[in-house]
Write a protein that binds this ligand. Structure first.
Ligand code: SF4
Ligand code: SF4
Length: 112
């Protein structure tokens, strides 16, 4: 079965509650970079969504799992994407200070 077709209960059982998919991402020249800024609805202590049942209404940028896979919001070590061969994970590390500056200019000084 295509992982994108799995039911919601299966996704929830696979999730390790790391919270990384609920961080702000920045697209710079077609490359997606992960920041340390959590969605305003993520509880940073539990890494749980505080509006889970109504998340798509509460946060228009929140995506379902198949759409999140398509847009590359899940980190490379997320169980949701580990078996997807051509999956492009967001970058969590980089050496380019211009990328760091660009992300900070968008999300603030503590973003990366
Ligand atoms: S990145 Fe994956 S493991 Fe981490 S919270 Fe999101 S779905 Fe769960
Ligand atoms: S609204 Fe969406 S992005 Fe925000 S914490 Fe909940 S699940 Fe994560």
């Amino acid at each position: 079965m295509n992982p994108k077709d799995l039911p919601n209960e299966v996704w929830e059982a696979l999730c390790r509650r790391c919270g990384k998919c609920c961080t702000e991402k920045v697209d710079i020249d077609g490359v997606i970079y992960m920041s340390r800024v959590y969605c305003r609805f993520l509880d940073p202590s539990t890494k749980q969504c505080t509006v889970y049942e109504n998340r798509f209404e509460a946060e228009p940028d929140c995506t379902d799992v198949p759409s999140g896979i398509e847009s590359g919001i899940f980190p490379a070590d997320c169980p949701y994407v580990q078996d997807i061969e051509d999956y492009q994970a967001p970058k969590e590390e980089w050496d380019d200070p211009t990328v760091t500056d660009a992300i900070r200019s968008i999300l603030g000084g503590d973003a990366v």
